[in-house]
Design a protein around this ligand. Structure first.
Ligand code: AMP
Length: 394
């Protein structure tokens, strides 16, 4: 790996039981060092590190986040000193509308936002504190998953429930996956030879978690995730939108409590719940092709809901300059791209089958000539976090 010292950013994404990390060149996006610590908090925690093509796996004896970060630090290539550390933080609430250099008041703010996303933000904070201990001399930056959606208007972010819940508890739509929506939106503008600040597009981030956004003149004007990442599209194990009356019925008629409802809607629903087979989209497609009824149903619901949602997101735009697919499903599933665009022909969307099937496409636009561009763009949240971190530390 070529070392240009001041451009290397160590990007950390600390979850409740995992830590994803990558050393990224904030100018080029290159990364020769990355990995994942899993099952943190358990006795069988492990860390996998890929460095310059070599992969190694080690146990984390005490299973602690701080130990995982210390192991990352000691495994960094010998001649590489990152210029700074960029942390993915899930919820910035109404407080953080852009990335910030972390100090004590920022940490207190992130903790405050943990009321809205307890699991995520407290894990992010643990990652920040461990990184501050491991790298006391490096600047640390928080990049918020909600920030790109921070200019949503009240008609988009308010739920039709008593306003006191917004005033007293900040209950509103925030939206997530912002770093990914912004990154692929910017890349789409470059690919189309247009200015990101003048383009009107819809981005569909389809992975284990799924969300779509309407982007207008450089910022998100509508998005499907809400106060939490449970709202919106059908996901791997998350339900997305359901009639809130169902939740009341389950509580009142079936006696389910908060934990049981959370487990049902976050972990047992979505593609998994519909198919009764798997949350993995590739597995769903394979089973559907073999005639599995549940897998077929899961695909039908996933595609219909996605198409219907994309159509609803056009309300925030004057015109549709392009539709962008990203995330593990959006980048790889020829079938879902084809089905969803077919259902949206009203918006002059039509894809070219050969371009859609070409995995090594050099042109990201898979639309038929003369129709609305449909772009497949690989997301790269780590690169985006590295770029924002470097820009705040220069
Ligand atoms: P992500 O969370 O972005 O890593 O995306 C994970 C999802 O992408 C899983 O549901 C995978 O099954 C799905 N995926 C990856 N490759 C393919 C593929 N070739 N066809 C369909 N789905 C895929």
């Amino acid at each position: 790996m070529a070392i240009t010292m001041n451009n290397w950013i160590l990007v950390l994404n600390a979850g409740s039981s995992s830590l994803k990390f990558a050393l990224v060149d904030a100018i080029t996006g290159d990364s020769g060092f990355e990995g994942l610590a899993e099952r943190l908090g358990n006795t069988d925690a492990v860390i996998t590190i890929k460095s310059n093509g070599n992969k190694s796996e080690s146990k984390i004896a005490d299973g602690k986040m701080a130990s995982a970060i210390a192991m990352v630090m000691s495994a960094l290539p010998a001649d590489t000193v990152p210029a700074a550390i960029g942390h993915r933080v899930v919820h910035g609430g109404e407080k953080f509308r852009q990335s910030v250099v972390i100090d004590d008041s920022v940490k207190a703010g992130i903790k405050d936002c943990a009321k809205l996303a307890p699991l995520h933000n407290l894990a992010n904070l643990e990652g920040i504190e461990a990184a501050q201990q491991a790298f006391p001399n490096l600047p640390q930056v928080a990049v918020f998953d909600t920030a790109f959606h921070s200019q949503l208007e009240p008609q988009v972010y308010q739920y039709a429930i008593p306003q006191s819940l917004y005033r007293d508890h900040h209950i509103r739509r925030y939206g997530m996956h912002g770093t990914s929506h912004q990154y692929v939106g910017e890349q789409a503008a470059i690919a189309l030879g247009q200015d990101f600040n003048n383009i009107q597009i819809i981005t569909a981030h389809l992975g284990n978690g799924c969300s779509a956004s309407a982007i207008r003149n450089g910022h998100s004007v509508d998005t499907t995730m809400g106060m939490t990442p449970l709202e919106g599209l059908v996901m791997g194990t998350r339900s997305g939108d359901v009639d809130p009356g169902i939740i009341l019925w389950l509580a009142q008629q079936q006696g389910m409590d908060g934990d049981q409802l959370s487990d049902l809607l976050n972990k047992k629903s979505g593609l998994l719940g519909l198919s009764e087979l798997t949350n993995d989209c590739r597995g769903i497609e394979e089973a559907a092709a073999e005639g599995h009824a549940g897998a077929k149903l899961a695909l039908d619901v996933f595609c219909f809901r996605l198409a219907r949602t994309i159509s609803a997101l056009t309300v925030g735009l004057d015109r549709l300059d392009a539709l962008i697919f990203t995330g593990g499903i959006g980048e790889n599933s020829e079938l879902i791209r084809a089905r969803v665009t077919e259902q949206l022909s009203i918006f002059k969307l039509a894809i070219n089958e050969t371009a859609n099937a070409d995995r090594k496409r050099s042109n990201p636009n898979i639309a038929q000539p003369g129709t609305t561009p449909v772009l497949v763009i690989n997301t790269n949240e780590e690169y985006m976090i590295a770029k924002q971190t470097l820009s705040l530390c220069q």
